[in-house]
Design a protein around this ligand. Structure first.
Ligand SMILES: Nc1ncnc2c1ncn2[C@@H]1O[C@H](COP(=O)(O)OP(=O)(O)OP(=O)(O)O)[C@@H](O)[C@H]1O
Length: 291
């Protein structure tokens, strides 16, 4: 891996990050509203192993925030906690100002948290459009009887689903693929479809787990633009886990670095690139010139 400090290219608009009273920083533009996410002393243990310990993070309503750290640091576990795949051993998760204690994954999704997975999890034998429609299901307005009896409202609702699915696919120029089987798409397109399906649930906070994994440089460059476009269009918060430092340093406004389950640094990309603890975690301790 190249040195963290090599990433000097500035594609991001200048975001003014300001300290917030509790535990973090957030974009100045988001100060007037409840954060999309607030984690307080969040933690989980697996048989004595503290996979995540005292995780405190605030993500502004329209912030793009990166969660980075070496392999096994606890990043995916944080996503599993935020989506309630795992129940925290300690701490509080607030989404859009609401405490998610006691909620299951479906409830948390309804509250506004959607995610993609490190290993793509599409419905491979369904079409691209059907995959997006699965995401839209929590916005279903017509009841079971209306659907079974095929009442007029059913057809209106079906039309709405179809149009909305195509609108969402258009974000990634994928409308032409709507009738294709999801499993037959090239890898990069499957990753994009997963993002569209997550967006279809109408999230306030979109969690992307290694969105650029397996993508070539040109696909990654397009993805970076699309992540910013999604944030701008939907005015939502995006938290992403990513090992591609070029992507992270260029589009994330706030960064949180985990190592062995603990936050070792938080700040802007510029601050993180200079942070000794982060450089050490990624590159190993430098002693007398030896790694
Ligand atoms: N269900 C579980 N049971 C036991 N240990 C777990 C469980 N889930 C995660 N862990 C442990 O928690 C630690 C953090 O794992 P996690 O997958 O969150 O790391 P990561 O930062 O996402 O790594 P990578 O970048 O390689 O994906 C690891 O030691 C892992 O083995």
């Amino acid at each position: 891996m190249s040195k963290l400090t090599d990433f000097g290219k500035q594609r991001r608009e200048t975001t003014k990050m300001v300290p917030v009273p509790s535990v973090s920083i957030m974009p100045e533009r988001d100060l007037g509203s409840a954060p999309a996410l607030e984690c307080l002393h969040l933690g989980i243990e697996f048989g004595g192993l503290k996979a995540v310990d005292d995780f405190n993070v605030t993500v502004g309503k329209t912030e793009i925030c990166g969660l980075i750290g070496p392999n096994g640091a606890g990043k995916t576990t944080v996503f599993n906690l935020l989506t309630k795949v795992y129940n925290p051993t300690h701490g509080t998760i607030m989404v859009d100002g609401k405490d998610t204690a006691g909620m299951n994954p479906a409830k948390v999704n309804q509250l506004g948290v959607a995610r993609t997975f490190q290993n793509i999890r599409l419905f491979n034998t369904m079409t691209v459009e059907e995959n997006v429609m699965v995401g839209l299901h929590n916005q279903r307005h017509c009841g079971l009887a209306t659907s079974v009896l095929r009442l007029p409202h059913h057809w209106k609702s079906e039309r709405w689903y179809h149009e909305r699915a195509l609108e969402l696919l258009d974000i990634f120029d994928m409308t032409g693929l709507a009738t294709h089987e999801a499993g037959s798409l090239p890898y990069g397109a499957q990753r994009r479809l997963e993002i569209v399906r997550a967006l279809a649930t109408n999230p306030k906070l979109l969690l992307l787990d290694e969105p650029a994994a397996g993508m070539n440089p040109s696909e990654t460059a397009d993805l970076m633009e699309n992540i910013v476009k999604i944030r701008d269009t939907f005015q939502i918060a995006i938290m992403l886990i990513e090992h591609d430092m070029n992507l992270v340093m260029n589009i994330c406004e706030g960064l949180c670095v985990l190592n062995f389950g603990k936050i070792i640094a938080k700040g802007t990309p510029e601050e993180i690139q200079q942070n000794e603890a982060v450089i050490e975690a990624y590159l190993g301790k430098q002693k007398g010139g030896e790694a």
